[in-house]
Every structure is written in C-alpha cells, then in structure tokens.
Ligand binder design. Structure first.
Ligand SMILES: NC(=O)c1ccc[n+]([C@@H]2O[C@H](COP(=O)([O-])OP(=O)(O)OC[C@H]3O[C@@H](n4cnc5c(N)ncnc54)[C@H](OP(=O)(O)O)[C@@H]3O)[C@@H](O)[C@H]2O)c1
Length: 229
C-alpha cells in the first residue's frame, strides 16, 4: 500500500526537519513547509539528493492567506494523510508587559494556525477514511507540570492540548489527532545544553503520524507513552 503523504510545519530546521527526514526515510512522500521557502528548499534539495521524496512549500502558519496557498499547493501534489503541526515560537517576558505582538504570534502559531490547517486538511482525510494529525506541544503546556515556560508559551501550548481533545471528539476514530511533548531537545529553541537530539525529539511524532487503525486518539504522549495533561 502507498504510504500516506505528510505535511510538516516549521520544518526547515530543528525537530520539524528531523520529523521530515524520518517520515521520508520510511517511505512517506513529505511536504517540508517553511515560512522562508529558500530555507526549506535548501533542505529539500539536500534530502532529495539522498533519494528521498521531499518537496518544499512556503507556509507561514501565522498568516491565513499563506495557509490557504500552501493547502492549495499541497492538494495539487496529492492527498495529504498526515499533518504535523510542529511550528513553534518561544518569546521571553511577562504576560503583562511584553509586546502584544509576541502574544498574538504565539496564539497564531500554536493555536489558530494548527486549527486552520486541520479544518483545511481533515475533511479530505475523513472522506478517505484515514488521517493522522500530530500537534507538537510541550511539557510546559501541561497543567500537571505547572504550565512552565516564559510569556505565552505554556498557556498557548495548553490551548493546543485542549484543541487536540476537542478535535479528536469531532473527527472520530479514523482521523486520529494526538498531542506530544518531545522532551528537552537541542535546537535553536531548546539551546545547546539540551540532552536530546532532534532525532529523539522526532521519534514520538513519527510514531503518532503512523499509528495503526486501532491506535489512540485525543491523547498526550512523550516517548510513545501517555503523559498527564
Ligand atoms: N526544543 C525543545 O526542547 C522543545 C521542547 C518542547 C516542545 N518543543 C516544540 O517543538 C517544536 C519545534 O521546536 P524546535 O525546538 O525545533 O525549535 P526551532 O529550532 O526554533 O524551530 C522552530 C520552527 O518553527 C518555525 N516557525 C516559527 N514561527 C513560524 C510561523 N509563523 N510559520 C511557520 N513556521 C514557523 C521556525 O521557522 P523559522 O526558521 O522561519 O523561524 C522553525 O522552523 C515547537 O513547537 C516547540 O514549541 C521544543
């Protein structure tokens, strides 16, 4: 059976790029989405050089027009069976005196953008009777871990978790939607002192993106195991 086509956001670097590499190495045609298309294209060219089926698309998840254009471009290539909402932003500051633009951006990137992508792509998945959606959250988005992180990071990731539960209810069992924490990963966001590689951070995303039909939906996972919300 042909492997599902995947679309990964924020995939020009960090964990998103590692998710693209993993999916493509496992035989999934993969759309590497980046808000800076030239950065995405450079990685796509490198991966195609290794024989992988990777296509770069421009996608700024904070801009509805960019989402609409990317979805239209993806549809021209073929049906998307896997959506990984990976793009993320971390801005320092106190919620009361930090720039409003940083709060708006976190809400757009972590909540409104992922929801818009699901609304655009999930109906086709449902019509085909199969879909996998992975929302890249964080331990800092867990009430159980005290909603950590600076500024809007924790509460917007908690909102992404809540969205995961609500979408799983509305999508039913065939289009599975799950949230995950990658752990603390060495990326521009995680910093050089983080203990995990991007490949380790990407593993649970790969697992959730390729769940069997009897796999879970509406859950929150780290290292392929459920964690507390
Ligand atoms: N690293 C960790 O320890 C850690 C822990 C928990 C959760 N996470 C989550 O894992 C995900 C990936 O993070 P990372 O560590 O790989 O961080 P990263 O290296 O900073 O990468 C973030 C990615 O998100 C993209 N992005 C930001 N705003 C965007 C927008 N408006 N539209 C499209 N893409 C956008 C960035 O694109 P540009 O290159 O254009 O900026 C970049 O590709 C994030 O959701 C993050 O919250 C990371």
């Amino acid at each position: 059976m042909a492997k599902d086509r995947a679309l990964v956001t924020g995939a020009n670097r960090g964990i998103g790029l590692a998710i693209v590499e993993r999916l493509a190495r496992e035989g999934h045609p993969t759309l590497l989405c980046a808000r800076d298309l030239s950065a995405g294209e450079a990685e796509a060219v490198r991966l195609r050089g290794q024989g992988l089926d990777v296509t770069a698309l421009a996608l700024d998840v904070a801009r509805p027009a960019s989402i609409a254009a990317a979805v239209a471009a993806a549809r021209k290539i073929g049906p998307v069976g896997i959506l990984v909402n990976n793009a993320g932003v971390l801005s320092e500051g106190n919620l009361l005196d930090m720039p409003q633009a940083d709060i708006d951006d976190a809400l757009a990137v972590h909540v409104a953008g992922p929801l818009a992508l699901v609304r655009a792509l999930a109906p086709d998945m449902a019509a085909r009777g199969r879909g996998r959606i992975v929302n890249m959250s964080s331990g800092w988005g867990a009430f159980a871990q005290g909603l950590g992180g600076p500024g809007p990071y924790g509460f917007t990731k908690a909102a992404l978790n809540a969205l995961t539960v609500a979408l799983a209810r509305d999508l039913g069992p065939k289009v599975k939607v799950n949230a995950m924490s990658p752990g603390w990963v060495r990326t521009r966001m995680g910093g050089a002192g983080a203990p995990r590689t991007t490949e380790q951070g990407a593993d649970t995303a790969y697992w959730l993106a390729t769940l069997p039909d009897d796999g879970p939906t509406g859950g929150f996972f780290q290292d392929r195991k459920p964690i507390a919300w």
